[in-house]
Design a protein around this ligand. Structure first.
Ligand code: DX5
Ligand code: ZN
Length: 213
């Protein structure tokens, strides 16, 4: 199981130290939540802040766009060379085109589903992406309560991936903690995003290890 701490719950007053601390604490990826105040009712990090994060991070970036006008955002953040860029299919009319745009930049493309968006919408996309991110809260804020129906969605997606893309990575984001991590693993998740669980803990290394079930 790989762990991607979400820096949304970090102390932004000392962001560089926070990023270094989770990298040293065993993070596999740094999850960066980009929100535009339109797709979700919150705003977070522009490219200049993410550039500062990229500079100090010893781990690859996993950028999660919660934005409208996704191609514009891809162009604004692509020079940061993230490992993954993920975008919400609820927002995009031309999903395959945006997947290809991300891949053309040498970045691994991923799509995101909100909790109420069904897995069946991925039938003709799943073979074109490297990862699917399943939201286990409604996007916009850290510290929300885990929505358990994601467990069935992981299983359903794993079955679809077995047929269409056996290398697909499944990432889960929202309300992840040491109680639900074993259930997420058992259902078929590969990467867990955790914001408040890691950053509100006193010991980042211990928190990250406790998720690596
Ligand atoms: C929510 C973000 C998450 C958030 C998770 O919209 O996509 O990445 O930071 O935070 P927790 O782990 O506190 O739910
Ligand atoms: Zn996220």
């Amino acid at each position: 199981m790989k762990i991607a701490p979400s820096i949304l719950s970090a102390d932004f007053g000392k962001l560089a130290d926070e990023v270094k601390a989770v990298c040293d604490g065993g993070a596999d990826l740094i999850h960066v939540d980009v929100m535009d105040g339109h797709f979700v009712p919150n705003m977070t990090m522009g490219p200049m802040i993410v550039e500062a994060v990229a500079k100090v991070s010893t781990k690859p970036l996993d950028i999660h766009f919660m934005v409208e006008n996704i191609p514009f955002f891809v162009d604004m953040y692509k020079h940061l060379n993230p490992e993954f860029i993920s975008f919400h299919i609820e927002e995009e009319k031309h999903i395959n085109r945006v997947i290809q745009k991300i891949r053309n930049e040498g970045i691994r493309p991923a799509v995101v589903l909100n909790p109420a968006t069904p897995v069946c919408l991925l039938e003709y996309i799943v073979s074109d992406v490297d990862m699917v991110l399943l939201m286990s809260v409604n996007p916009g804020f850290g510290g929300q309560k885990f929505i358990p129906s994601v467990i069935d969605k992981i299983k359903e997606l794993r079955e679809l991936a077995e047929k269409k893309n056996p290398n697909l990575l499944i990432e889960v984001d929202g309300g992840v903690n040491n109680k639900n991590a074993p259930l997420l693993k058992e259902a078929g998740a590969d990467i867990l995003v955790a914001g408040s669980y890691v950053f509100k803990s006193g010991d980042y290394k211990k928190a990250i290890e406790s998720l690596r079930v």
